[in-house]
Design a protein around this ligand. Structure first.
Ligand code: B12
Length: 574
């Protein structure tokens, strides 16, 4: 089916791209990279220079993802993780900073925004105080590019010495509650990209593919297509886009193949980091250590086979419970460094040929996706040399539609996520007794399923399990605003809402939903049911299951809990 411009960009006048980029280039006269402690200590002009040198010397870089609500706690951790690892002879080279999602909202409106579980930095001085705590390369990634506060956060990151900035992937898929103006988000993102591009030294624009469309793409060729499209958009503004991936790459052969393929496509652009395969963390700490070793071995080997400067990212084994604490970050870093020394001796045993055999296919899939996208958008009347139109068109089309339109599927290069969701659904459905399934199928309740944020896998599994058990599923969307979700449920006359939530906003979201919904429709809620208490001194979120239940939610810890919960609520409402 052909694309039509009026369906994608119906508003006739978008902001003039030249004026938006000029604002960013102009801003670069006042906001410039400050030579921070990492650049001084390493005597380099930017992280990209350090990375190129590391790659050619076969030196493995290490990345830690950090950021607790309290800036003082995060500052201490910045120094402590670096210091304690150094005592063991381990260099933590870079920190990715987990800003809170409310940081995507401009400073003067942030106080009323829904808060998640991350770090909140109010002033540029707070950014700089953090990065001064130890000579580790600062990477302000999450909730910088792609949001209304993109420009002010980029200015602050540059002034704090960051030479890897942003997470362009988030522009495409992350939504903030209460900030739905995608034209404003695009304008802020384009201006921030221009500000980065106009710096006197090389600043990498980081993009985590798994935060973007890759989380849901079915084929690795499509993921590579996203790489090429984002690099194209960056080049239109003069910015270098550097890609990260990894959360959803569980299969070792395909993980390695994607790395080698990306090295080929990226050429001289060094990589930021490779994300941990966090979706494989589903067990206890001991079980998760096995998953940690499994993906790290591939990433370490990958750097030896095709050095790109990507840092490895040992994700702490408590990741599936909550935000890891400082000691757990240190433990994972030490583990990774020791594993790297072992891996060096394992290399002669590694036969990379099954992975290498997939590389050409992934690259060809990516090029075909890119070519088809450019042709399809051009035919629709989208100006593919205009970064504003390109960004907005891709975001509005969304991952599923883009892959249907431009992707090609190959069994050998399939991504892991569809299979993993199907397996999980099978396991959870098996746990529902046949008698309950029969009763549910007879009642055939109409259930609206939705998420409060970008995390969609819980909803996908839920749709599959409830659908197969006999419920009628109505899609309430991802990152659904409370008022929009309530409207769908009320208009559809739904019997229940089943909500999946992960961002540490469970209680505030539920209360907002109840206000719009009234008490007529039961709400089942599952996912990470936690929140950081206002008076917390640990910055770690705590479970709010009891508070949710007291406020009237039906709390579900497992997918299969939804079936008896639905049956009980149906009985109560009849
Ligand atoms: C995959 C993932 C992502 C992917 C999501 C891709 C996608 N399109 O879905 C990506 C990479 C994009 C991502 C992004 C982020 N993530 Co994330 N992510 C995860 C991860 C690895 C898996 C979560 C998941 O989907 N599990 C699969 C589901 C099916 O299983 P489950 O979670 O065990 O759920 C069970 C039950 O809860 C139940 N269930 C779930 N929902 C419901 C609903 C109902 C009604 C019922 C009955 C049952 C039910 O079903 C499951 C089986 O029984 C977890 C860590 C982990 N290993 O768990 C972090 C995690 C959830 N993410 C987290 C965070 C902080 C983020 C970010 C904010 C990070 C950042 N700074 O950018 C962003 C989110 C931004 C945003 N705008 O929302 C935190 C949440 C912290 C907290 N609340 O304490 C976690 C725990 C990681 C961590 N330790 O920091 N993430």
């Amino acid at each position: 089916m052909n694309l039509i411009r009026s369906e994608i960009l119906p508003k006739p006048a978008l902001p003039d791209v030249q004026s938006v980029t000029s604002r960013g280039y102009e801003l670069a006269r006042h906001w410039r990279v400050v030579e921070g402690s990492f650049l001084k200590f390493q005597m380099v002009s930017c992280e990209a220079e350090f990375k190129r040198a590391a790659a050619s010397a076969n030196r493995q870089m290490q990345h830690a993802q950090i950021g607790w609500r309290d800036p003082a706690k995060t500052r201490d951790a910045w120094a402590r993780i670096h210091g304690e690892c150094a005592e063991h002879g381990v260099a933590v080279d870079r920190y990715g900073i987990c800003l809170d999602w409310s940081m995507g909202i401009p400073r003067d409106q942030r106080a009323t925004a829904m808060r998640g579980t991350g770090l909140i930095l109010d002033r540029p001085e707070d950014f700089a105080a953090l990065t001064a705590a130890a000579p580790v390369a600062p990477h302000f990634g999450d909730f910088v590019l792609g949001f209304p506060a993109a420009v002010e956060n980029t200015c602050a990151a540059l002034a704090a010495g960051a030479t890897s900035i942003g997470n362009l992937g988030q522009y495409f898929t992350f939504r903030l509650q209460g900030a739905s103006d995608d034209i404003a988000c695009t304008a802020a993102t384009v201006e921030a990209l221009a500000l980065i591009a106009a710096q006197p030294i090389e600043v990498l624009v980081h993009s985590n593919l798994d935060d973007g469309f890759a989380a849901l793409f079915q084929d690795l060729g499509s993921v590579m297509g996203a790489v090429l499209l984002e690099r194209h958009i960056g080049s239109l503004i003069g910015a270098t886009v550097s890609h990260c991936w990894g959360h959803h790459f569980s299969d070792p052969v395909r993980r390695l193949a994607f790395h080698v393929a990306l090295a080929e496509v990226a050429g001289d652009t060094p990589g930021t980091m490779i994300y941990g395969n966090t979706t494989s963390y589903r067990g206890t700490a001991a079980e998760n250590f096995a998953s940690l070793a499994s993906y790290l071995r591939i990433d370490i080997a990958g750097q030896r086979l095709a050095p790109t400067g990507h840092a490895i990212n040992p994700v702490p084994v408590t990741e599936n419970e909550r935000i890891p604490d400082v000691d757990e970050v240190i433990e994972a870093q030490l583990f990774a460094a020791r594993l790297a020394t072992h891996e060096a001796r394992h290399m002669p045993l590694l036969d990379a040929s099954p992975a290498r055999a997939l590389v050409a296919q992934i690259v060809a899939g990516g090029r075909s996706f890119f070519d088809k996208a450019i042709a399809g958008l051009t035919q629709a009347g989208i100006d593919t040399a205009n970064p504003f139109e390109m960004l907005l068109a891709l975001r509005r089309l969304g991952g599923r539609r883009l892959e249907t339109l431009f992707g090609t599927k190959h069994e050998a290069t399939r991504s892991d996520i569809a299979e993993e969701v199907a397996e999980m659904a099978h396991t959870h459905l098996d746990r529902v007794p046949q008698t309950l399934r029969a009763t549910l199928a007879a009642a055939r309740p109409r259930v609206v399923t939705a998420t409060t944020d970008v995390h969609e896998h819980g909803k996908l599994v839920l749709d599959e399990v409830l659908g197969q058990a006999g419920a009628e599923i109505i899609d309430g969307g991802t990152s659904a605003e409370p008022h929009a979700l309530a409207a769908i449920a009320l208009n559809e006359g739904a019997d229940a809402i089943a909500l999946s939530t992960y961002n540490g906003i469970a209680l505030s979201y539920f209360k907002a939903l109840r206000e719009c919904l009234g008490n007529s429709i039961p709400v089942l809620i599952g996912g990470r049911l936690n929140q950081i208490p206002d008076a917390s001194n640990t910055s770690l979120p705590v479970d709010v299951g009891d508070e949710l239940a007291a406020a009237g939610a039906i709390v579900c810890r497992e997918i299969e809990d939804a079936v008896p919960a639905l049956l009980t609520s149906l009985k109560e409402t009849t």
